[in-house]
Design a protein. Structure first.
Length: 155
């Protein structure tokens, strides 16, 4: 994981107005990442690993597995809040992730919730590429003490 930088291009005013709980920018996506994920997941769809197949499908190059983006965003949540803090997690893919993209995962509190230490906290996730275009958005439910754990990890 790398430093905290929040993308703003491609986000609407409401999204930009919510202060993030955490923002991480990941290293650039590589062909090696895609090959390793294909092997680990068993997802050998050619658009993820074969440039000729990707081009035949109308793409300029291979694209990352959507579930790889989800895994990376989930890893950000777990690293910030601690193991076992994510109780539920879902994501919708909105744009392809390309080789060389540096994904930025931004986590914000959902709605007007104030963590009280006894109830789970819902958060929104936004995954954006190098240009700031949103490639995935989702939600997660965190255990009651997850955000206080996140604050203590960041200080």
């Amino acid at each position: 994981m790398t430093d905290a930088t929040a993308p703003t291009a491609g986000r609407n005013t409401a999204e930009a107005a919510v202060a993030p709980l955490v923002t991480f920018t990941l290293p650039p996506v590589t062909r090696t990442d895609l090959a390793l994920y294909a092997g680990a997941s068993g997802d050998h769809n050619p658009v993820h690993i074969d440039i000729d197949a990707a081009m035949a499908a109308g793409l300029d190059d291979v694209i990352a597995h959507g579930m790889l983006s989800m895994a990376w965003a989930g890893r950000v949540l777990e690293e910030v809040t601690g193991p076992g803090s994510v109780q539920a997690y879902r994501i919708r893919f909105t744009a392809p992730v390309r080789i060389g993209d540096r994904l930025t995962v931004t986590v914000t509190r959902a709605g007007e919730q104030q963590p009280d230490g006894t109830t789970p906290t819902d958060v929104d996730l936004l995954v954006a590429n190098t240009e700031g275009h949103v490639t995935a958005r989702g939600t997660a439910r965190l255990s009651p003490h997850a955000l206080s754990a996140a604050r203590s990890r960041s200080t």
